[in-house]
Design a binder for this molecule. Structure first.
Ligand code: HEC
Length: 310
């Protein structure tokens, strides 16, 4: 026992250690190591809370912005008078301001400083029209028109190809009042006309807003679905009808029968419908043995389908 203690003292020489405290470090070092390691792990795991960066870590993906298009009746768009584009009248610019306020202000800001509320989260930020440098397409009139026609891919700047050409030039004329812009040259106008046929009238299709289109599609789907459910009910409840009986015997999938009948425009001609089914009975919802049916058998099925799918 004594011997052991002696040995330990020999090995560790506590007295000497106290005289030269720096050597203690060798003993506490592992504790430091553990503490620093724990702090490090804590720091890494709480990085996002500790960060002083006030910009949120994830910026919304501006490429997914769904652009709402206005409800508009199609028609013929008048040709653009390039003379006015070159020397815009106060009236032309005033219309541009109105359009800018309705379509662009939310991102580009009241005075075109790129500080609109809708643009705050975008990366890159909406263009400040007072700045001379850093434009992606450029500040010439043909370059700005290109921006409106095509948008700037992978940024919040969407294409405004649905906007009438005149409206676009009106907005550009208004934007050009924010700062000193390069003069409009004949070359640029010729370039514009060659690329975008701005001095010719154009026919545009009618448009409805995306959200309305979604509702309409939904309604249409549910209308078709209701029609199918009625048909299914009819098939299941009809008795003593040779057409319904034959249909029950030979159909495998009533929904497919219904869709193929509607799609082949079966209401219009029996021959169309039968030819479609025989081309591929299974995908039309029938048992393959229908290939053996006679024309009279088909007639009873067809007549029944016609009444049951209304
Ligand atoms: C959803 C926000 C948003 C709206 C709305 C918007 N913009 Fe932009 N716009 C941007 C962003 C973001 C950029 C910057 C793109 C870049 O850095 O290349 C930009 C850039 C531009 C540029 C400069 C392109 C270049 O060459 O750098 C023009 C011109 C422009 N917008 C015009 C318009 C007009 C006109 C409207 C309205 C019809 C409009 N913008 C509506 C977000 C928007």
């Amino acid at each position: 026992m004594n011997q052991n203690k002696k040995l330990l003292e020999d090995e560790i020489k506590f007295r000497e250690l106290l005289k030269n405290p720096i050597r203690l470090f060798g003993w506490v070092f592992p504790y430091f190591l553990v503490i620093i390691l724990l702090l490090g792990i804590y720091y890494v795991q709480h990085l996002s809370n500790l960060s002083f960066n006030s910009v949120p870590v994830s910026v919304p993906d501006s490429t997914n912005i769904k652009k709402e298009i206005p409800m508009k009746k199609g028609g013929v768009l008048p040709a653009v008078d390039l003379e006015v584009v070159k020397n815009p009248t106060p009236d032309f610019i005033a219309k541009g301001k109105e359009l800018f306020d309705n379509n662009c202000k939310s991102c580009h800001g009241d005075n075109g400083m790129g500080d609109g509320p809708a643009g705050a989260m975008l990366n890159p930020k909406p263009r400040n029209f007072h700045a001379v440098d850093g434009w992606t397409n450029g500040r010439n009139i043909d370059q700005m028109y290109k921006t409106l026609q095509e948008g700037i891919p992978k940024t919040g700047m969407a294409a405004y190809e649905y906007m009438p050409k005149v409206d676009r030039f009106e907005i550009i004329a208004y934007i050009r009042t924010f700062a000193q812009f390069p003069e409009v040259t004949d070359d640029q106008l010729i370039n514009l006309d060659m690329n975008y046929q701005v001095s010719q009238s154009a026919t545009v299709p009618s448009t409805i807003p995306v959200s309305l289109a979604e509702i309409k599609l939904e309604e249409e789907n549910s209308a078709v679905n209701n029609q199918f459910l009625k048909f299914q009910m009819n098939v299941n409840t009809t008795q003593n009808n040779s057409g319904a009986d034959a249909l029950k015997r030979y159909s495998v999938n009533l929904r497919k029968v219904f869709t193929s009948f509607m799609r082949s425009n079966g209401q219009a001609s029996m021959d169309n419908f039968v030819a479609d089914v025989l081309a591929n009975p299974i995908s039309a919802g029938f048992d393959p043995s229908v290939t053996l049916l006679s024309k009279d058998d088909w007639k009873t099925i067809y007549d029944y389908l016609k009444t049951a799918t209304i």
